[in-house]
Write a protein that binds this ligand. Structure first.
Ligand SMILES: Cc1cc2nc3c(=O)[nH]c(=O)nc-3n(C[C@H](O)[C@H](O)[C@H](O)COP(=O)(O)OP(=O)(O)OC[C@H]3O[C@@H](n4cnc5c(N)ncnc54)[C@H](O)[C@@H]3O)c2cc1C
Ligand code: SF4
Ligand code: SF4
Length: 1022
């Protein structure tokens, strides 16, 4: 057992804390990489996508393999438990423990060697699956264990869990695709574990591993009969250790030549036997074509009963989407047409379930024949003529797969304390029993007052289902008690049908106690022997797979007994999260009725279930600060965890307004990417705003924050001396001075002040055009720095036949001469009261228009969308709701009206004109980017293309701040700036965000245009 004292629950207990400091000091002397032992960092590594939480001793991020060896050797010397971690997306608590966490994902993530001819690759374990596959694609290869978390999951974590993808029926699990592993044992011994023949033990690198391997062979031989008797006869079995390497059970042996590959014993060992230093993987050719048959079933049981027949056709995937998911998907306007196109209505009703049956291969004719056979089978054998929708277009197929993924996300976004809990989510049963198993388990849920939604891998009898439970509720009807009761009944079913209790996600904390149940005492003892041979001191991920704790040990829960959110007087209204849901009756209290508005803040923060989806680098925005730092601290999940720990009093007093919290939030650029892309809708930009507000209660803003926040207040006066200000900004040495005095980067250009802001120009006072009315609202940035954009917008609206009025302060406004503002700059500094002052002026000015049904149109996404977002949670009353309902971006308004045929724009043909569009993050967050494309596409002859970009990195003031300049440019260099540079000179770059245009200018020297300017330039009769 470890001599290291168990870490204190959370915080700063004495002796453990002292031990930690000593260990941290020793580590710092030997490591090049980061060593973090502060409570905030430990808290960020205390959870994974399971229901558990344990504070680790500390976190190390090895800089290289030498560092990794050094950590393990030091841990062996000091008897410190170790926990290897990739992306931390495990659902069973595998990466939760009171150990020293080794984060592989940041630095140990390289492709070491690729041999395309041999179809083999050698990687470091922290490499993310999608990153590997991106490098393999040009060679026509891929690593086919396509887990849903492919954008986050590391190959080390996948090997640790023996992960399985949607297409496992064709390609197998991790264990079928790992060729060898270079691993380090807990005493620092290094070994290459691969295939071993009869006398292979002799070729091992040390007496220690030779002896180890010989003993393993002996155990394997000794337990042969027991393996034969007890091993689940399903391909999806990932519980315990893969002792069956010595006596393969399935039709798909791990090693086709009959040799024993000891790396396969390490696969699925959840970091308890050895630490992977490198993995050698088998690659597969990328199929040249795919076709998809969507089989519609009038009842769920029939779908389940048919799976066994469908797999006979040799598909690469058979995936279930049940009626609940169909309904959820149909609620989403973007998904509705996609799912509808795959459904067959019978007698006016939607199907109760669909199975997505995919065939893949290089011979399109052959897979098309398979698709036809599927149609025949469904019609003749299953008696469902016309029930298959055939999708041969790959884009349509991709869209449908996206819907399947999104269904889970919608399910996970359930608000309230009852949440879908993963603990029997992946039991696997033989296909012939699938229908009966699902029927009976549904009945079990009903009896326990809950329900579950079924989806996923019908091909291999592993269906995902998560009953909804409230894990904070105590007593016999509480979440823990119901989890235990349901698990026991589910286990009985699994036993009856000779299945595997753990069929995909591993053991961890939730299922290790079931290993003994599944394999019996003799095999469990063999597992313990194996563990002791590899790791005699018990230092590697203790308590997982063997010698485990109980699944319902509430002291290990994230919401452990006594967990409570401390009351906070919030600046924003969080009542929308304060809901109560009742899984049994499927009812939910209306938002705002569950208690005080502030209580919802904690619940909003708790929406993060740690699934790790924000650790993404692919398309989309979330999360730019993580994309450039790869640091858990600067990730949506890291921030949400820090907030949750602070709000529930698990960090020190005052944690919410501490320097560490400020640092945690510092790189969040409030892009709102998470608001849209986080599956559970964590809106960190709003949480940052609340946190800043809390900070403001104890700390005044700095001079720089004041200068930026008060811009709308002095902008009018500044305009009067615009030429002077513009000249000073360009004087040599002014940048240096600016940086020294205010911390505004000398490397950043400053915007040019308009001599005459738009709202002061004489014709802004007049009403223009004829016809229907529209009110143009001038934001601070366009008004004072790019007034021509507003003039252009007005001309376009007039040309469309509208009567344009410019919003002005009401007559009794305290500062009638000062332009209106949304309060954005004040919000960014956490000055909510000041923001309210600005918003009240604007709402008062707009109210007379919106009360007459006149639409409000604005140009700057972050400003206009403030009216639809923050303005609604600042307690501004009904008028805020009315304005939000009318406020539209210029292009949103035009696109909608043009599509409805209520407006027409006289646009000249622009043959060959090409646009590349960069979307502002808030446009993307509010689904307001498509209208830009729609209106540009109205220009005859023009071609419009999207720039696949995340945040531009400028993010209001962020890019001006000297300490953030480099990060800001890094964010821009991820995709936006290279795409702009790659665009030919005659391509027009369109960007509606002031900050985005500025960043494009500073980074490439090119001038991007607001869409209003583009349309204006293309108008007839200008
Ligand atoms: C929404 C969602 C969907 C999911 N879908 C799937 C799915 O389709 N299929 C599936 O199989 N799983 C799925 N999972 C579970 C999880 O994503 C996978 O198991 C994934 O492969 C884990 O990768 P990771 O990098 O996050 O590993 P982690 O969670 O960080 O680690 C997993 C295990 O590997 C060990 N480990 C990590 N690195 C090393 C190393 N270098 N040496 C030794 N041990 C190591 C850890 O100690 C741990 O025990 C899903 C999870 C979520 C939240
Ligand atoms: S913030 Fe959202 S995406 Fe990130 S881990 Fe939490 S729930 Fe998942
Ligand atoms: S608002 Fe943007 S930067 Fe902040 S956490 Fe969300 S995605 Fe990341």
């Amino acid at each position: 057992m470890s001599a290291f004292p168990a870490a204190a629950p959370i915080g700063f207990s004495t002796s453990a804390s002292l031990e930690r400091s000593r260990l941290a000091r020793r580590l710092r002397t030997v490591l090049k990489g980061e060593v973090r032992f502060d409570a905030y960092t430990r808290g960020r590594y205390a959870t994974d996508a399971s229901i558990y939480q344990q504070m680790p001793i500390g976190v190390v991020t090895p800089a290289d393999e030498e560092d990794l060896t050094a950590v393990i050797e030091l841990a062996a010397e000091l008897k410190v438990p170790l926990l290897s971690r990739g992306a931390g997306t495990s659902q069973c608590g595998q990466t939760v423990g009171e150990s020293l966490v080794i984060d592989f994902s940041r630095n140990l993530n390289r492709l070491i060697a690729l041999d395309p001819d041999a179809r083999q690759v050698e990687v470091q374990p922290g490499m993310v699956l999608d990153h590997l596959n991106a490098q393999l694609k040009p060679h026509g290869l891929w690593f086919p264990v396509d887990v849903s978390t492919s954008a986050q999951a590391t190959l080390g974590g996948m090997a640790g869990n023996n992960s399985c993808g949607s297409r496992s029926i064709a390609y197998g699990n991790m264990v079928h695709n790992v060729l060898a592993a270079d691993a380090i044992l807990s005493d620092g011994t290094r070994e290459h574990f691969g295939p071993f023949g009869e006398h292979a033990a002799r070729s091992l690198s040390s007496a220690r591993t030779s002896a180890l391997v010989s003993r393993l062979h002996e155990i394997g031989a000794r337990e042969r009969d027991e393996i034969e008797r007890l091993w689940p006869k399903v391909m999806r079995r990932v519980g315990g250790y893969n002792l069956d390497v010595f006596h393969p059970q399935s039709e798909r042996p791990y090693t086709p030549d009959g040799s024993v590959n000891l790396s396969h014993l390490l696969v699925g060992s959840e970091g308890t036997l050895a630490v992977f230093r490198r993995l050698h993987l088998k690659l597969s050719p990328l199929p040249g074509a795919r076709v998809l048959g969507v089989v519609n079933f009038p009842d769920f049981h029939a779908a389940m009963a048919s799976a066994q027949h469908l797999v006979g056709l040799g598909p690469v995937a058979v995936e279930l989407v049940d009626r609940t998911m169909i309904d959820l998907a149909r609620l989403n306007p973007a998904f509705r047409p996609v799912i509808d196109a795959a459904l067959v209505r019978r007698d006016g009703g939607w199907p109760q379930a669909v199975l997505l049956v995919e065939f893949a291969g290089d011979d399109r004719a052959a897979i098309t024949r398979k698709l036809h056979q599927l149609v025949e089978l469904v019609s003749d054998r299953l008696g469902l003529p016309g029930a298959v929708v055939q999708l041969t277009d790959e884009r349509a197929q991709k869209a449908l797969w996206e819907v399947r993924k999104a269904g889970l996300n919608i399910m996970m976004s359930l608000r309230g304390d009852g949440k879908p809990v993963s603990f029997i989510e992946d039991c696997a049963v033989p296909l012939e029993h699938l229908a009966e198993y699902t029927d009976r388990l549904t009945e079990v849920f009903r009896r326990h007052g809950t329900r579950g939604t079924w989806y996923a891998h019908a091909s291999v009898g592993t269906l995902h289902v998560r009953p909804i439970l409230d894990m904070r509720a105590e007593g016999p009807t509480g979440g823990a008690a119901r989890m235990r009761a349901i698990a026991e009944e589910a286990a009985e079913l699994v036993r009856r049908f000779k299945g595997a209790f753990s069929g995909e996600h591993g053991d961890g904390l939730v299922r290790s106690e079931w290993v003994g149940w599944q394999y019996g005492p003799r095999i469990t003892r063999a597992f313990e022997e194996i563990k002791d041979l590899f790791d005699p001191a018990g230092l590697l991920n203790p308590g997982k797979i063997i010698r485990s704790t109980k699944m319902d040990d509430r002291s290990l829960f994230r919401y452990r007994p006594g967990y409570a959110i401390a009351p906070v007087r919030t600046g924003l209204d969080w009542s929308a999260w304060n809901v109560h849901n009742d899984p049994a009756t499927e009812t939910m209290s209306a938002p705002g009725t569950g208690g005080d508005p502030a209580g919802g803040f904690g619940k909003a923060v708790e929406m993060c279930n740690n699934n790790g989806h924000c650790r993404k680098f692919d398309a989309g925005t979330m999360c730019p600060s993580f994309r450039v730092t790869a640091d858990e601290q600067h990730l949506t999940r890291g921030r949400a965890n820090t907030l949750r720990l602070a709000l529930s009093g698990q960090l020190r007093d005052g944690a919410l307004v501490s320097a560490e919290m400020t640092e945690t939030m510092a790189l969040c650029v409030s892009c709102k990417g998470c608001r849209r892309e986080c599956p559970t809708g964590v809106d960190m930009a709003r949480m940052k705003l609340e946190t800043l507000h809390q900070l403001r209660q104890v700390k005044a803003p700095s001079a720089r924050e004041q200068l930026i926040a008060r811009l709308p207040r002095y902008a009018g006066a500044a305009g009067h001396v615009a030429p002077l200000l513009n000249a000073v900004a360009r004087m040599p040495g002014s940048g240096w001075l600016r940086e020294k005095l205010l911390g505004l980067s000398a490397r950043r250009s400053l915007p040019r002040w308009e001599r005459e802001p738009f709202t002061r120009q004489p014709d802004a006072r007049k009403t223009h055009g004829a016809g229907r009315e529209v009110v143009l609202w001038a934001d601070t940035f366009n008004n004072h720095f790019e007034a021509e954009n507003l003039r252009a917008a007005r001309r376009v609206l007039e040309a469309a036949g509208l009567r344009v009025q410019v919003a002005r302060p009401v007559a009794d406004d305290a500062e009638p001469g000062r332009a209106l503002c949304c309060g954005r700059t004040f919000l960014s500094a956490g000055l909510l009261d000041e923001a309210r002052v600005e918003l009240r002026r604007t709402l008062a000015a707009l109210e007379p228009f919106v009360s007459r049904g006149i639409p409000v149109v604005g140009l700057e996404p972050s400003c206009l969308l403030t009216l639809r977002d923050e303005a609604l949670v600042l307690g501004l009353g009904e008028v805020a709701e009315q304005v939000a309902a009318s406020a539209q971006l210029f292009e949103e308004f035009l696109a909608k009206e043009l599509a409805a045929g209520t407006l027409a724009l006289p646009l000249q043909t622009q043959a060959g004109l090409r646009f590349k569009v960069h979307g502002h993050c808030h446009q993307k967050a509010f689904d307001a980017l498509t209208p830009v494309h729609a209106v540009l596409a109205r220009i005859p002859g023009a071609a419009v293309e999207a720039i696949e970009s995340s945040c531009c990195g400028m993010a209001g003031a962020f890019g001006y701040e000297a300490e953030h300049f480099d990060l800001s440019m890094k964010m821009a260099e991820l995709s936006l700036l290279p795409a702009v540079r790659a665009a030919a000179d005659d391509v027009v770059i369109v960007a509606d965000g002031t900050s985005c245009r500025h960043q494009i200018h500073d980074g490439t020297g090119r001038e991007a245009q607001h869409v209003a300017r583009v349309l204006d330039a293309c108008l007839y009769h200008r």
